[in-house]
Design a protein around this ligand. Structure first.
Ligand code: TPP
Length: 338
């Protein structure tokens, strides 16, 4: 696949043959994430979600595939675009929406908002707005796993933009040197805000090859093929648990909406409507649905049932958030650095 030009889209349906229970788990996970983020987008103008939100609609295959490959007690670190990762790791959906509403029932008691989700019970150790910032923290978690000898894995998500930060190289090098149990996941959606990859990195560079040169196994896959993502992540996690050291996986994908916010922005000039439409044809949810329907592993009624279940759960989470109280002003100085 051409990684430099997002208009060159991988062809075909997702890799078939996955057992239907796995494929259906991946599909439900993606549908649930999509339902959450479509609802955030449609209700954003109500002015109840007063924090910036970065949606990953179109990119769900990566979170779903990696999330399914991890155990609950594994660690995960994320980015400003965190909702899908949090949910795929088993985060609490009502607590996530309450957090975005700034309510005391939120996973950070309403102090973090969309970009600062933490849920230690789910092994979701945090997300921040500082690009690249969570990569060394995930490596530190990997070191703690090694020292405690617990056989967990520390997984960290980051975008193509984060691989341009110095801390990325320091972190990956240290993890490779110390053979730490870290799974690096690069979600390459070809853009850092409005800047395409081709104006940021030299022609011909491949992110996974660059990472591989730092001394760890590194490969690349189609992030819109959730089954393939799961297979690659599962193999990487197995190797890490066997003590083989860190691994790096790069997945290509495409963000459908604006960098930050609920809208589409293909009209402002940094990318084209045609490019977006070409990627939309490779919707990770539709591709997996077609694969499941095509060989009889699922029926249309089953798929409709999944969508209805996911939407009911999302509606319940929004109702919970709406009804929850704001934190008491006396909490303003608790749980923060002073
Ligand atoms: C250290 C730092 N530099 C710049 C920014 C501004 N910024 C916020 S998101 C972003 C784009 C990051 O792109 P990428 O890592 O590819 O993730 P994506 O948004 O595509 O998911 C930038 C440059 C920041 N938050 N932190």
């Amino acid at each position: 696949m051409n990684q430099r030009n997002p208009s060159v889209i991988p062809a075909g349906l997702p890799s078939g043959g996955a057992p239907s229970s796995q494929a259906k788990a991946l599909l439900f996970s993606m549908k649930r994430i999509r339902a959450v983020e479509e609802t955030i987008a449609s209700r954003y103008n109500e002015q109840k979600m007063r924090c910036p939100t970065h949606l990953s609609i179109g990119q769900e295959g990566i979170a779903a595939g990696v999330g399914l490959a991890l155990n609950r007690d594994d660690f995960m670190m994320s980015t400003h675009r965190a909702h899908a990762h949090y949910l795929a790791k088993g985060g609490n959906l009502p607590a996530m929406i309450a957090e975005i509403y700034g309510k005391v029932t939120g996973c950070c008691r309403g102090k973090g908002g969309s970009m600062h989700l933490v849920d230690e019970e789910a092994g979701f150790m945090g997300s921040t707005a500082i690009v690249g910032n969570t990569i060394p923290v995930a490596v530190g978690l990997g070191l703690s796993i090694k020292l405690r000898n617990t056989n967990q894995v520390s997984c960290v998500f980051f975008g193509d933009g984060a691989t341009e930060e110095g801390v990325f190289y320091e972190s990956v090098s240290f993890a490779a040197l110390k053979k730490l149990p870290v799974l690096f996941i690069c979600e390459n959606n070809f853009y850092s805000v409005y800047s395409p990859l081709r104006v940021r990195q030299p022609e011909g560079r491949k992110i996974h090859q660059l990472a591989g040169s730092l001394g760890l196994p590194a490969s690349h896959g189609d992030g819109n093929d959730a089954v393939r993502v799961y297979d690659m992540a599962r193999r990487a996690v197995d190797g890490i648990r066997r003590g083989a050291g860190p691994q790096f996986l790069e997945f290509t994908t495409y963000r459908w909406r604006e960098h930050c916010g609920p809208n589409f922005d293909n009209d402002i000039g940094y990318r084209t409507e045609d490019e977006y439409l070409a990627w939309k044809k490779r919707d990770p949810i539709v591709m997996l649905q077609e694969s499941l329907l095509g060989d009889g592993r699922a029926t249309r009624e089953e798929l409709d049932g999944m969508a209805a279940t996911a939407q009911a759960e999302v509606d319940g989470a929004f109702a919970f958030a709406g009804q929850s109280p704001f934190p008491d002003p006396s909490e303003a100085y608790t749980g923060v650095f002073k």
